[in-house]
Design a protein around this ligand. Sequence first.
Ligand code: SF4
Ligand code: SF4
Ligand code: SF4
Length: 250
Amino acid sequence: MKYLGIESQRPKIGVFDFTGCEGCQLQLANKEETLAAFLSCIDVVCFREISSASGEGFTIALVEGAISREDEVERIRWIREQAEVLVALGSCACFGGVNRLKNDFDLDEANREVYGDQPKPTLPVRAINEVVPVDLEIPGCPVSKAEVERVVQHLIWEVPFRFPAYPVCLECKQRYTVCVFEMGELCLGPITRAGCDAPCPAAGLGCWGCRGPAQETNFEEFLSVARERGFSEDEIVDRLAFFGGFRGIA
Ligand code: SF4
Ligand code: SF4
Ligand code: SF4
């Protein structure tokens, strides 16, 4: 791609999946109105979901999913060795995601219950940054493709990307959404990192915190509001644990 006669750099990108639902990869393939422009800026050398290319030599690795098997540990280490920049893509990769809920169970017992006498190899779920160093994390379940596009642009320009420091409530108010607390719903919007444009409250649902904690929040105030509104400790703890982003905080 040329701009003002100068050939811009097209980074070689590999997209890799681990334990997850592949919804984040699907997001990259969606949004057709920008797909051609996005692909013109990058050189996809590996992206199983949409391409037969399976080349090596990638400089940027976009990694979806959590680590939950020994072979995944080896593969993510190999990817880390090859990539100049490793980006964790989505809540599973950033926090362990919904998969992390399995860590609350006895895995041997669960294996026996589900697979009988043919148990499957499994490990407690870990986020990518619990196994190898990660350069950048793009949260969300799934990720916002617009945000991934902006991050990749910044990587090409070599300009740091800044995620919003404020919580989802701000974007919710920008949409004039009626607060779901008023409708008796629990919502993690006051403590969750913005950037998704608050689609869940706009649909009448509380936020489940898929983007993890915001930088600028008042956690104690959130707890006191949730308790005042009649939500039990179990309800609050379950909600905070759902995507794994609040572990260590709540
Ligand atoms: S973050 Fe959500 S959409 Fe992405 S792989 Fe995990 S479960 Fe699927
Ligand atoms: S619905 Fe949730 S995100 Fe929106 S203002 Fe209320 S608490 Fe904040
Ligand atoms: S509103 Fe909350 S749960 Fe919904 S997409 Fe945004 S961060 Fe995720």
